[in-house]
Design a protein around this ligand. Structure first.
Ligand SMILES: NC(=O)c1ccc[n+]([C@@H]2O[C@H](COP(=O)([O-])OP(=O)(O)OC[C@H]3O[C@@H](n4cnc5c(N)ncnc54)[C@H](O)[C@@H]3O)[C@@H](O)[C@H]2O)c1
Ligand SMILES: O=c1ccn([C@@H]2O[C@H](COP(=O)(O)OP(=O)(O)O[C@H]3O[C@H](CO)[C@@H](O)[C@H](O)[C@H]3O)[C@@H](O)[C@H]2O)c(=O)[nH]1
Length: 436
């Protein structure tokens, strides 16, 4: 098939590349000229494992091309995917301005029989609005489908190529057939292709993200409670996870969820609920718990340093909102860094991939370290904010020598409290009792 993908960000680039990899001819379109020029030269604008090789392979095969010319890019396409950003607006609801401008831009150029598909996460009712807009702009009833994306950053290719399920929202079964053909190469096992109304598909995406975010806020609240009452959340997690009704997924406590999806999608669903006269009690609580969790170490740091962080040097391991990405949108590490700077501390930070993005935001307010051990040299404490594999098994003896004081605040529960004590460290973690 001939496919156009508009918006060449995390989702658009992965979608376009994976569809090209399964033999389709794909044109990826973006308004960002620098991004498109770079992609034409083989430069990948984001860090996503496996993506560079796949882009190169399919571009070389002539199946994947990049352009800023929307009219040219969509004119022959059987399927036009819309994958532009839908960030959080000022009132918490999704900002759809990029989506509306793309719909206006494609209307005069799409084929009469083209299927337009929303890949972006959009509020319930957006599909119907796009249908209405295209009808007004083209004078005909275009097929508009909804096909929400469930990939996770850092595992995007794997998630796209081996989805747990594919969800499509359509008004005509023939449109579902077109999309099923497109996904057939990725659904060769028993994974389902689920067709429903566009409204249900749009809602499915928000409900999935809100439920996953709820699990994280729930376990974080329980972790904080454990700590106060003397339990160990790691044991509790094991104790509940073997119950097949509960399971283990997304029940790792930490410093709160970040990223470009959970925070904004929980807030967008909150705004949608409020707009429709429903009280989104749970959604508000999920967000509130998460915002608080990003500062879970503040009190402990203050207490540890006798209420005064001025002049202290804090090392940070992990800046990205999660491992295997350079994405720092809503990253808990940024919240911590800004607080530390306010308190007069000095910050040295390491991250395998996200330093460039943090530098663009914070400039020379902190020191950036290329090596993890450089970030702990002479520090009064180390705080671990992202569970990159690089931090799982460091040389604790070397660390002990390098740090001014052997104090670790572990926001991802990477180490065992007993062992850390034996190694001579003062070790703070999430939801586990301190071993004195
Ligand atoms: N990032 C994820 O892991 C993920 C996963 C599933 C769903 N989503 C959803 O997918 C959508 C895209 O997210 P993303 O992370 O890829 O965003 P992104 O910010 O990385 O990329 C969006 C791209 O759209 C481009 N764009 C904006 N306006 C445009 C226009 N008028 N014409 C052409 N291009 C335009 C931007 O230049 C940018 O390159 C969002 O709705 C998001 O919620 C994201
Ligand atoms: O047990 C867990 C699991 C995750 N997290 C945190 O939750 C955030 C989000 O992680 P993850 O879901 O792995 O990454 P995303 O790339 O944001 O993916 C989510 O958001 C995407 C965009 O909508 C969806 O497509 C995915 O299905 C959904 O998992 C990160 O800060 C993680 O550190 C935890 O704290 N504990």
């Amino acid at each position: 098939m001939k496919i156009a993908v508009i918006g060449t960000g995390y989702v658009g680039l992965v979608t376009g590349t994976c569809f090209a990899d399964s033999g389709n001819n794909v044109t990826c379109i973006d308004i960002n000229e620098k991004k498109i020029e770079g992609l034409k030269q083989g430069e990948i604008p984001i860090y996503e494992p496996g993506l560079a090789e796949l882009v190169e392979h399919n571009a070389e095969a002539g199946r994947l091309v990049f352009t800023t010319n929307t009219a040219e890019g969509v004119k022959d396409a059987d399927v036009v995917y819309l994958a532009v950003g839908t960030p959080q607006g000022d009132d918490g609801s999704a900002d759809l301005s990029a989506m509306w401008s793309v719909v206006k831009a494609i209307a005069p150029h799409i084929r009469e029989d083209a299927v337009v598909v929303t890949k972006s996460t959009v509020p319930v009712g957006t599909n119907a609005k796009i249908f209405g807009m295209l009808k007004e702009l083209t004078g005909r009833e275009c097929d508009v489908a909804s096909n929400p994306e469930f990939l996770k950053e850092g595992a995007a290719i794997e998630d796209f190529m081996k989805p747990d399920r594919v969800v499509v929202g359509v008004r005509r079964p023939e449109v579902a057939d077109v999309l099923q053909q497109l996904y057939q190469p990725f659904l060769r096992t028993e994974k389902p292709f689920i067709s429903m109304s566009p409204e249900s598909a749009e809602m499915t995406k928000y409900v999935a993200n809100a439920l996953l975010a709820t699990k994280i806020s729930f376990i974080n609240e329980m972790a904080n409670l454990c700590e106060k009452m003397g339990g160990d959340i790691n044991d509790v997690r094991r104790g509940i996870g073997h119950d097949s009704r509960i399971g283990f997924a997304f029940l790792f406590p930490g410093v709160g969820y970040g990223g470009s999806c959970f925070p904004k999608d929980v807030r967008a669903l909150t705004a949608m609920s409020a707009d429709h006269g429903c009280e989104p009690t749970m959604l508000r609580a999920v967000d509130e718990v998460n915002e608080r969790q990003k500062s879970v170490f503040n009190d402990k740091l203050e207490e540890h340093f006798g209420g005064n962080l001025k002049g202290k040097t804090i090392g940070i391991w992990g800046l990205a909102f999660k491992p295997r990405t350079d994405d720092i949108r809503e990253a808990p590490a940024l919240v911590l860094i800004n607080w530390l700077l306010e308190k007069g501390a000095t910050v040295k930070a390491h991250d395998p991939e996200a330093i460039e993005n943090v530098e663009a935001e914070l400039g020379d307010k902190i020191t950036y370290c290329d090596r993890r051990m450089e970030a702990i040299e002479g520090v009064d404490a180390l705080v671990i904010m992202t569970d990159w594999k690089d931090y799982h098994s460091p040389d604790f003896a070397e660390m002990y020598q390098l740090m001014k004081s052997p104090v670790v605040f572990d926001g991802r529960n990477l180490y065992e409290p007993e062992r850390m004590k034996r190694r001579g460290y003062k070790y703070y973690s999430i939801g586990r009792p301190m071993v004195q």
